[in-house]
Ligand binder design. Structure first.
Ligand code: TRP
Length: 463
């Protein structure tokens, strides 16, 4: 009875040679994709800008109501089809091949995200290096803004670190899905958890830490604007790596007997926990050092070093740990982005390794373009609509593109794909009981998620 559907996914059919080996592997790899700069760099500063706890509350709502639905949706599309996004949509609905546009739209989003991701990861690697060598420790408290500005304006520093970071990423992809991605994620994710917990303990035991906690957990809804709500929705999707097809690719690597709903829940819980823990590690420290939490994207580069310096010699150790945490989180996400684009070309018939190298070369060029938004040269003078390349890429990928991709994907899933196919895939062909999901499907998947996405998108266009 099962066979009729199974033929589709060649990836997990062939003894799972090209997919992940276990549910644990799936969860670590996908949590590695989800947990990234979005959790530790972007989430705290967005929280800082839009009212701390109020932002947290809305974020949790979006993550569990919409983000998790999308995660499960993409996993089903990926595992059932066995393809990366461009081929996955038409494989599941051959009557209208034009659905492949949704997949292509996702690839475009991934290209852009990887470009800014590499730039920020390059800064982070640079700061990690400077925390190791003692450069950061030698800067006076009021000098960090100037230091950051000088760092990003340097014509070579950000590029060098970007390239080093990208080489590491490429090496993992060249190692393959099991021996590269899965192995590295299983190693790095537990380390990451230990690092963030260590930083939380330090931050919470600082004098005055309670102010930071109150800021994070005591909601002030007056700071929450429509703009804020859209930024938070975008952040919820960005943070789970959904709305751009990346989880369709990882979905195509999920073993046949692995429980998709359970995986999606665990990954969401990991992602949210790390974001909240990052907030706990950062805000109490920021308040304890008398700094401003609403400082925007510079928060972790301009404000946190002041905090570390105020802690004396141990502060240096914590600076190293913090930037290491950020580098590792960024690495597992960059791996997922590069893998998504590689799998896309590989599905079109290109050799995997060749595809990975080609994408890497394109991203170096794109990354340099974005990095040069800050160097003061001709590229930083191009500012359509008053924004440089970096701001454009950051706003597009953070707030606008993921909700569009997510809306189209969830419409496909809820209204185009056959309900029976979905149930069959989620129940592992009748093995798992998913009766509660059927209720969930009719309310959340078909109505609540698309409506919420649509309303936020319209609101953002109007405002
Ligand atoms: N989720 C990642 C983060 O929070 C960023 C991200 C967005 C991503 N889309 C992605 C990572 C696709 C991998 C693949 O930082």
């Amino acid at each position: 009875m099962v066979v009729g559907h199974l033929f589709l996914n060649k990836r997990v059919m062939a003894n799972n040679k090209t997919g992940f080996t276990s549910s644990f592997g799936v969860i670590m790899a996908a949590a590695g994709s989800a947990v990234g700069l979005g959790n530790i760099w972007r989430f705290p500063y967005i929280c800082g800008q839009y009212g701390g706890a109020a932002c947290l509350f809305v974020y949790l709502l979006f993550v569990f109501l919409i983000g998790m639905v999308l995660l499960m949706t993409e996993f089903v599309i990926g595992r059932r089809s066995g393809f990366s996004p461009e081929k996955a949509f038409p494989a599941l609905y051959p009557k209208r091949p034009s659905w492949k546009m949704v997949g292509l739209f996702g690839m475009f989003t991934c290209f852009l995200i990887l470009a800014i991701y590499l730039v920020i990861s390059g800064w982070t690697l640079g700061y990690f290096w400077e925390s190791l060598t003692g450069t950061l420790a030698s800067i006076a408290d009021d000098g960090f803004k100037a230091h950051f500005d000088a760092f990003v304006a340097s014509p070579w520093k950000p590029v060098v670190f970007l390239v080093i970071f990208l080489i590491f990423t490429l090496l993992v992809i060249l190692g393959g899905v099991q021996k590269g991605i899965e192995k590295v994620s299983k190693l790095l994710m537990p380390i990451l958890l230990v690092l963030v917990l260590l930083l939380c303990v330090r931050s919470l035991t600082l004098p005055g830490a309670s102010k930071g906690l109150a800021y994070l957990f005591h909601p002030d809804f007056s700071l929450l604007t429509w703009d804020g709500i859209l930024a938070i929705l975008g952040q919820a999707l960005f943070s789970l790596s959904v709305g751009m097809g990346a989880m369709i690719v990882y979905g195509s690597y999920i073993p046949r007997d692995s429980n998709i709903l359970k995986n999606a829940m665990w990954i969401t819980v990991c992602d949210v926990s790390i974001a909240v823990l990052a907030g706990i590690a950062i805000f109490p420290a920021v308040f304890a050092a008398g700094q401003n939490p609403a400082d925007g994207p510079g928060l972790v580069y301009q404000v946190l070093p002041v905090v570390f310096n105020s802690l004396g010699t141990v502060g240096q150790v914590f600076a190293v740990l913090f930037f290491l945490l950020l580098v590792l989180a960024a690495l597992t996400s960059a791996i997922s982005l590069l893998e998504t684009l590689t799998a896309w070309l590989a599905d079109k018939g290109m050799k995997r390794k060749v595809a990975a190298v080609i994408i890497t070369l394109i991203e170096v060029v794109l990354g340099i373009f974005v990095a040069y938004s800050f160097t003061g040269g001709p590229l930083s003078d191009i500012t359509p609509g008053g924004k440089n390349f970096f701001d454009w890429a950051n706003d597009l990928t953070g707030a606008y593109l993921p909700p569009i991709g997510a809306l189209l994907t969830v419409i496909f899933f809820g209204w185009v794909m056959k309900k029976e196919d979905i149930y069959d895939e989620l129940s592992n062909h009748g093995v798992l009981k998913i009766s509660w999901f059927k209720v969930f499907y009719h309310i959340l998947v078909r109505f609540v998620a698309p409506a919420a996405l649509l309303v936020s998108l319209i609101a953002s266009i109007l405002t």
